[in-house]
Design a binder for this molecule. Structure first.
Ligand SMILES: Cc1ncc(COP(=O)(O)O)c(C=O)c1O
Length: 436
């Protein structure tokens, strides 16, 4: 149904009734407003605001969880450092898909990478009393800054778009040389811009992390999703790019939410490098019973937060990792759908006068993936967001992501069914006619 544009009064009334401030509305608040608008107008929105998987979870994970529950794990506290088989399969996964050795001891389940980030900050930002903060290579996932703030740590950030390739070195060094940075975080591929840092950039990050003794937190929430390359064949190059090739002290966050569409089970893995796991930081004794990084993380931070991760979900993830490792489940075959949809959707936006904000990955066009970014001439980001709602299209503003751009929106492809592409075309056409 294309009863658009939706009258402004109707939208304003709904916003007013929720008490939400349109200038600061968060992702969840926008979701709430769009839910109300869909109900009131009977129009199915082209929903691009939330980064949730739009594919079913693999049966192999679900069945392993059911079997585990039937065998009685629900009544038993899981081992805080993780199920033995899950640790083994994660270590194997890292070897087969990244060509990196991380011992099973350092592979630890968390309640999603969300918790992986929190636990990393809790230990990495407390290992040296002369430092206390995270440097975010932005644009990025806003909640991670919220976590750092919640903990009372400092943070610094910069938009990487104009500092790609060799230019990254001087920019990074300008922050690291302050001596205040304990940890450095980025996601690769990047949420929201879908920039993919390459080996040259990762080697600069690695080299500087060694020089300034900074722990690198590499967020691989979109593992293997730079679809220009096929990283999904176990044990065969090309391997997913990683900073682990260039530094000793790193933590990789491997979420199951997108690669296995397992967001609902809230499980992810953190992989702490062997060197970091065993490293001693006397200043950790201010907070934890041990000066060892790995011990403090597991028996200090993780214990204090949740004492481990839901038992059955660990069986589910172990089974899916095993299938990927054995080559019996190719995660990429399912996920490719995101890239195919992104290609079509980007073309529709561009056809109707929109621009792709983060349009280049150094010298190539940005890849097709889970997110893309859009702007429309003459509009600031939030203005565009609310104006597009009238046309039954929802997204989020880049202003919450640490982006330097003040005119962009992030669009997520996952929840847009192909059957709505026709409507998207009509709505964007109408939008551009009305704003010419
Ligand atoms: C960059 C990034 N990191 C972490 C997460 C959280 O992942 P999880 O669902 O495993 O907590 C997300 C989720 O969207 C993300 O985009």
């Amino acid at each position: 149904m294309n009863n658009i544009p939706i009258p402004s009064d109707l939208i304003n009334d709904i916003i007013l009734s929720t008490g939400i401030n349109p200038k600061t509305a968060s992702i969840r608040e926008i979701v709430h407003i769009v839910n109300l608008l869909e109900k009131k107008t009977g129009t199915s929105f082209v929903r691009m605001e939330m980064g949730v998987p739009g594919l079913p979870a693999p049966a192999i994970g679900i069945n392993a969880e059911i079997d585990a529950l039937k065998s009685g794990v629900a009544s038993v506290y899981p081992d805080i450092s993780g199920l033995h088989s899950l640790k083994e399969e994660t270590s194997r996964f890292i070897k087969l898909f990244l060509n990196i050795d991380v011992s099973p001891e350092g592979c630890i389940p968390t309640v999603g990478s969300m918790m992986g980030g929190l636990v990393s900050f809790l230990v990495a930002n407390r290992n040296d009393k002369t430092k206390e903060g995270t440097l975010f290579i932005d644009p990025g996932f806003p909640v991670q800054k919220q976590q750092v703030k919640m903990l009372g740590h400092d943070y610094y950030s910069f938009d990487v778009y104009n500092f790609r390739g060799k230019k990254l070195r001087a920019k990074l060094e300008s922050y690291l040389k302050t001596g205040k940075i304990s940890s450095l975080l980025y996601s690769n591929p990047n949420n929201p811009a879908w920039i993919c840092l390459n080996d040259e950039e990762l080697s600069i990050i690695g080299e500087l992390s060694v020089k300034y003794d900074v722990i690198v937190i590499e967020d691989l929430a979109y593992f293997g999703m730079d679809f220009r390359k096929d990283y999904s064949v176990p044990g065969k190059p090309p391997f997913q790019p990683t900073v682990a090739r260039y530094t000793n002290d790193y933590i990789m966050l491997i979420s199951s939410s997108k690669i296995f569409s397992y967001a609902g089970q809230r499980i992810g893995m953190m992989a702490i490098s062997n060197h970091l796991f065993d490293r001693s930081y006397p200043d950790l004794l201010r907070y934890y019973p041990s000066d060892k990084f790995g011990h403090s993380l597991v028996f200090g931070a993780l214990y204090g937060i949740s004492a481990g991760v839901s038992h059955s979900s660990q069986f589910g993830l172990a089974a899916m990792l095993k299938a990927a490792n054995d080559g019996t489940h190719n995660y990429r075959n399912d996920l490719k759908e995101y890239a195919e949809k992104a290609k079509i959707m980007k073309e529709l936006f561009v056809k109707h006068g929109f621009k792709i904000v983060y349009d280049k990955d150094i010298d190539e066009p940005i890849a097709d993936g889970f997110y893309f970014t859009i702007s429309y001439p003459g509009f600031k980001d939030r203005e565009l967001l609310w104006e597009l709602l009238k046309y039954g299209v929802s997204a989020i503003s880049l202003d919450i992501t640490g982006s330097d751009r003040n005119d962009g929106l992030r669009a997520c492809v996952s929840l847009v069914p192909r059957k709505l592409f026709g409507d998207l075309d009509i709505r964007l056409k109408k939008f551009s006619e009305d704003h010419d």
